[in-house]
Design a protein around this ligand. Sequence first.
Ligand code: CA
Length: 219
Amino acid sequence: MSRRTIDLDDTVYDYLLAHSLREHPEQAALREATRTHPRARMQISPEQGQLMALLVKLIGARRCIEIGVFTGYSALSVALALPDDGRILACDVSDEYTSIGKPYWQRAGVAHKIDLRLAPAVETLDARLQAGEAGTYDFAFIDADKTGYDAYYERCLQLLRAGGLVAIDNVLWSGDVARPSEDEDTRALQALNDKLHRDGRIDLSMLPVGDGLTLARKR
Ligand code: CA
């Protein structure tokens, strides 16, 4: 028995999925449809989708934000976990990618919960702040351009209620954040990880799930 997190080789990872994954058929179908996409690496892992769905239920979330939709697997996972009047403000700039997910949202019966906004996310979030919605959201998932993360984080923190949760994807960036780098995405993630470690506005956990997932609970 070790005090550190277990290494997941393929056999153990397959076991984990075989003994925990509970996908809706449309989640499995969307994951399969995205598997051969040239940018398939942008899709979250299924156990991460299931974790986020559990978190959404645990905090009783109704109003969610997603920044970076890609083909819509994470939005589908969260939407399935929300009550019927729950909503996701889903921010992305690609009609091409998000359109792949829409038929799956429809068939799963959750399309009415996903309010897709095709615009730079900072514009969408600033408009919500201008509209007086600070403190009215429960959950936010940030999974978009890494150099934009800090701006998204600050806006999500304002939009969340106390006790709300921000989940931030790719915080370990294939391990690159642990080594000196000149890459601007890596450096942006390093700076954000440093900042959150010291950030007194939140409770914090960095999980080795997927490519690294930070959970930050607004105090
Ligand atoms: Ca990601």
